[in-house]
Design a protein around this ligand. Sequence first.
Ligand SMILES: Cc1cc2nc3c(=O)[nH]c(=O)nc-3n(C[C@H](O)[C@H](O)[C@H](O)COP(=O)(O)O)c2cc1C
Length: 162
Amino acid sequence: MGKAFDRFVALADSAMVVVTVAVGDKRDGCLVGFHSQASIAPPGYAVWLSTANRTRVLAQQATHLGVHLLGEHQHDLAELFGGQTGDEVDKLIGVRWAPGHGGAPMLLDCPNRFVGRAQVLAVPDRADHVCVLLAPESAGASEPFAPLRLHHAVDIDPGHPA
Ligand SMILES: Cc1cc2nc3c(=O)[nH]c(=O)nc-3n(C[C@H](O)[C@H](O)[C@H](O)COP(=O)(O)O)c2cc1C
């Protein structure tokens, strides 16, 4: 079962996003492959954050999260947000960002993005990720665009093991 499931996930080849958060003067963001639209009317979007991640700790105190699609040439941002942890470095230093709607950090080099009001859902038994349901309140889009996908990012060692 395990190998076939891994293959299923690889074939789905999820687009990579960076989820950002700020609480007071604390801020962070991490690379996320677990995300999907979750409701049509009203619109809803779910992101899944590892219980090990500092972004998850801050998300549980935040009102809003930012969600940014990475372009296929933005492997450097994937490496920064997926390979480093905010427990050790401030990832926002060295990237172009500004506070956005609800205070969520906006990555200025990632114009395909939205901000959602965040509600952390109950953690399923034994799950190592929590689901954060987002109600989109502000969004931006630019074309043409080709996303960075899972197969582009599998070389990155996560800053926190799941
Ligand atoms: C390809 C890839 C996909 C990832 N997907 C997720 C994900 O869906 N959810 C998550 O919380 N972390 C995911 N991570 C791990 C975090 O991005 C990583 O552990 C990060 O360093 C955590 O940073 P933080 O402690 O500052 O939040 C992924 C990492 C990689 C390399």
